[in-house]
Design a protein around this ligand. Structure first.
Ligand SMILES: [Zn+2]
Length: 520
């Protein structure tokens, strides 16, 4: 925690303010009012925290002392009862005031400027005689109590006024009561949506809602830092600035790009005009894991008869890889295998479309046709082509096809037994050429279809649906009457030729054109 804090401060502060620049410019124009006491305080606070490295509590303690010494007037010079001058923010006395003047002179500062005096303060604190004070001020906790102790200690050992103890106590009280509420932006607590958010384990693809309590003090926005732990430390690298406005005090984060691990989030209030951040300790920590992998297959290496195959899967949420090994192919199982799902999905007068299921280890398929008791090769299909349309067939004819898988075994190609089926192509269709109406009947006439065993007449009172077979015509006739129709009703007709298969079922041609007539 200590370590992380330090790393956070040095890195995060510079990062945050560089990030803030754009926000600050658009958010609010700097106030025009000149170097009043408020802006002097802010200037001193930023220097103490950012240039010297004190925390807010230490800075508050020092500022309470500066108020009592000079009321933040760098040009104040008072001649003491010994006739020696005391000057500047800290009312440096006698020899120290002379040192301040010569330091400023040597370093190009105006000795009556805040900038010059703060630079001198920093310089003075490096000296061995002030080392103990500096170390103490660096060690106070960043709390109310820390501000009290800093105010007291700085008065007692650095300023060393008369009536040390009582003055130290009153300056310590002012550090807590006047400065701490304004310069430590306090009471910020960041919480995840549920009450026990800290130390939860969250799923990587889950959005993380961060809410926090309203800050007190003079702030213009909030900064949210996200850190991922590497080794022992958190890397405070990602910051989001949230200017005070409609979206204040909550942010939804998608941390999935940062991967799995332990994370910390902390929320700061900042003042863009003064350039300071409240740094209260409100870090929450949680783990981001992939609670339920969602694997997708990214690569498949097929097994062969000699080598096992593998399937590489990657979790689309967290990127974790998993390899599943598939066993080698068995030559016996392959060669004696049949292919399931071999079936006809569509047929016309001159085509038949067949499908089949994938066969394990297949590098491709071959379609055969049975011709005079011999299997004749028709088509070669790729491993992922599990359908084939066989063309240029004769209408109304029975065909027998076979599908077999093949694979390389060394330099040989081996085939499985495969599966076969028989199918009739549809007979050639006909064209309705004439329709005539009569009393309770119509007459129809159509063209002939070669090979047809007969024709079926279909009728409906709707042009598009509801057709039923109403008449079968055999023995080569291409005309018929359809009787028992209702007078005054319009009927629609089409005609199919048909053949019958070995089981005696009709196999129809495609329907003819539709014609209609109103029955007399
Ligand atoms: Zn995963």
């Amino acid at each position: 925690m200590k370590k992380a804090n330090k790393a956070f401060k040095s890195l995060a502060l510079s990062l945050f303010f560089s990030l803030l620049l754009t926000v600050a410019v658009s958010a609010s124009a700097p106030r025009a009012s000149a170097a009043n006491a408020t802006s002097r305080r802010s200037q001193v606070f930023s220097y103490l925290t950012q240039n010297i490295g004190f925390n807010s509590a230490a800075a508050c303690g020092i500022m309470s002392n500066i108020e009592h010494e000079s009321d933040f007037n760098p040009a104040l010079v008072i001649i003491d009862s010994n006739g020696l001058p005391s000057g500047g923010l800290c009312q440096w006395n006698g020899g120290r005031f002379r040192n301040l003047m010569s330091f400023c002179n040597n370093n190009g500062y105006d000795y009556l400027s805040i900038t010059g005096q703060l630079a001198y303060l920093k310089h003075e604190l490096q000296k061995s005689e002030f080392r103990k004070i500096y170390n103490y001020m660096r060690s106070v906790p960043n709390t109310q109590e820390g501000a009290y102790n800093a105010g007291y200690y700085w008065c007692y050992y650095f300023e060393v006024p008369s009536n040390r103890a009582s003055r130290s106590a009153s300056r310590a009280a002012a550090a807590v009561n006047t400065y701490w509420p304004n310069f430590c932006v306090n009471n910020i607590s960041a919480v995840l949506p549920t009450s026990k958010a800290d130390d939860k384990t969250l799923d990587i693809d889950r959005l993380i809602n961060i809410n926090w309590n309203k800050a007190s003090g003079n702030y213009t926005g909030y900064g949210v830092y996200i850190a991922k732990k590497t080794g022992d430390d958190f890397d405070w690298e990602n910051a989001i600035a949230i200017p005070v406005g409609a979206q204040e005090r909550r942010v939804t984060l998608d941390l999935s790009k940062l991967g799995l691990g332990r994370f910390a989030v902390r929320v700061f209030a900042y003042n863009a005009a003064n350039g300071f951040m409240g740094d209260c300790d409100n870090t929450i920590k949680f783990n981001v894991e992939c609670l339920e992998h969602r694997f997708e297959t990214t690569k498949v290496v097929d097994p062969t008869f000699n080598t096992p195959g593998k399937k590489i899967m990657v979790c689309e949420k967290c990127g974790e890889k998993q390899t599943i090994t598939t066993p080698k192919l068995s030559l016996d199982a392959f060669e004696s295998g049949t292919i399931s799902g071999f079936d006809v999905t569509e047929k016309t007068a001159d085509t038949v479309t067949v499908v089949w299921d994938a066969f394990r280890g297949a590098q491709g398929y071959r379609i055969y046709q049975l011709v005079d008791g011999e299997w004749v090769k028709l088509r070669r299909m790729e491993a992922d082509e599990l359908t084939c349309t066989i063309k240029n067939l004769k209408a109304g004819t029975r065909y027998t096809f076979k599908v077999a898988a093949y694979a390389k075994n060394g330099s040989d190609t081996v085939y499985c037994d495969g599966s076969e089926l028989s199918v009739y192509t549809r007979p050639t269709g006909v064209k309705l050429t004439d329709i005539d109406n009569g009393q309770g009947k119509v007459w129809l006439q159509w063209t002939a279809s070669k090979k047809a065993e007969g024709y079926s007449v279909f009728a409906s009172t709707n042009a598009n649906s509801g057709f039923e077979e109403v008449r079968t015509v055999k023995s080569g006739k291409t005309e018929t009457a359809v009787n028992n129709l209702t007078s005054g009703v319009r009927y629609y007709f089409y005609v199919c030729s048909y053949i019958t298969n070995t089981k005696g079922n009709k196999i129809y041609s495609d329907p003819s054109n539709v014609m209609f007539a109103v029955v007399k």
